[in-house]
Design a protein around this ligand. Sequence first.
Ligand SMILES: O=C(O)CCC(=O)C(=O)O
Length: 540
Amino acid sequence: MPWRGVNEGKSWNISSLDGKERERERERERERVFLVLIVFIHFVARSAPTLRNKQNMAQNPPPTKHHRRVVDYCSDEEEEEEDEEFVIEEELNKLSALIETSLANAFGFACCDELETDENPETKRLSAHLRLILTPLSSSSKKEEMKVACEECLTALWRVLRDESCGWDKPTYRECFVLSSLRLSLCKLLEGNLQEAMECLDTALILGCPGEMARPFVRLLEKLMRRSAGGRNRASSNSLVKKQKVATREKALVVDNVLPSSPSLVPKILHPLERMNDSATWEEFKVMYFNKDMPVQLPSDKSMPCVEKWRDLAYFKERFGKRLIPLEVGKYDDVENWKEEIVPLEVFIDEHLAPDILKKGDKNSFVSYLAQHQLFEQIPQLAMDFEIPRWCNAGQFERCNIWLGTSNTITPCHFDSYDNIFGQVFGYKFVRLYLESDSQFMYKSGGDWETTRSWNVKDDDDRDGDDNSEEKETKKKFRNAQGNISRVDVEAPDLEKFPEFAKATPMDVILGPGDFIYIPSRTWHYVRSLTVSCSLNFLF
Ligand SMILES: O=C(O)CCC(=O)C(=O)O
């Protein structure tokens, strides 16, 4: 099972190298070795794909026909046809056996052993609970015990994640969380509580459970939910008045794809990013841009079904509104109020995006962002609405994320270690890029913490008095994670503080529906949404 020990997926501030044991002298040396190892693994893991992909692009011809999706998935209809004979008990038994055999043998038992040897009595207790969770679910008395064990594990691990400065500093924590969530979802399903069962799975997926591991559980639940919704929908289908009300209300959910006219929102493009013409070939892209690590705007593709379908947010809401998603709420530089939340997609749409659509956005509006999330691992049906862009490493990629948010989301200037094909689905975004050769002018922050998404919130030399509070420092460290972020606000640089930045050369572009750009690894980029917006990135 390749998952074990791999720090994969969106990090929920889970992974960190720091720990409470840090002050203990005898562990210092071990930590240093661990740190070097992690940095090495991080470096190899981050740089290898790009090197490998340069070779891949060089050796492989472009795919002639493009029907590759980011997740292999068959549609609900195909699935329904296959499952005429579908018996719930059998399906449940299969999933239970998956936990008790495949997952237990692959990493579950090893996880119990590791937790058991921990000095912390609370962690030891997790081990005992997990052993119960991995045993066959036979007698009904055991079901109740098992459910309690799952809930205790999840509560304890959630507390560690939220309250401890080190987060989940052991892979076993995440593994235990995933196994407890999968098992609890089956317990909830047995009780007939489908919604709570799905919430268990969503939370596990958000916190790093690989999509393919949770998929059979999600599919069973989707099937059961479709069946029970089918009955309810039929019962209410006569209510014409109700339908009309819904139609009027839902108009508020359509994103118009109009670029705001206000110059205070939309910057003037003084240094436009180079653009390939619409007939550009894959070979031209490879020779002139990819091989030279040169960012470029690629030919647009408005024919992707997602471009039209998704701008009506009712599409998301009606089909997947109850599914949980991770949100970043608040302005990126508002350390006190910025937070991460898990909410149902419909809450995000109704309470955050819809008001912004009506207001058409202004600089002070409320900001929230479903950022850098592998939503298609969680809801693979959505991946049927687009294909992997042909520019993307001959159809291969490492990770595909969605970026869905209000207007005025800001991703500060940073660079990544993956090549990136970044595409706009609906709404508009302003992107400013700088070549790697400008790094000397970018005032890179020196973060030594590792998470995937992170920000430099305040300059080190800005700190005083209250700002040094422990909680704020921890928050700041988490968000200033990879040391790949510029300390400069590239739209309003303080040149007294960062004089060298004046020597950096920006390349600007405004992306609208169907537009794509290529961002080579280590190219600095800053992104601000100008409207309610949805983008995808394909990292390779
Ligand atoms: O769209 C955004 O806000 C940021 C995108 C980004 O940083 C990326 O794709 O690497």
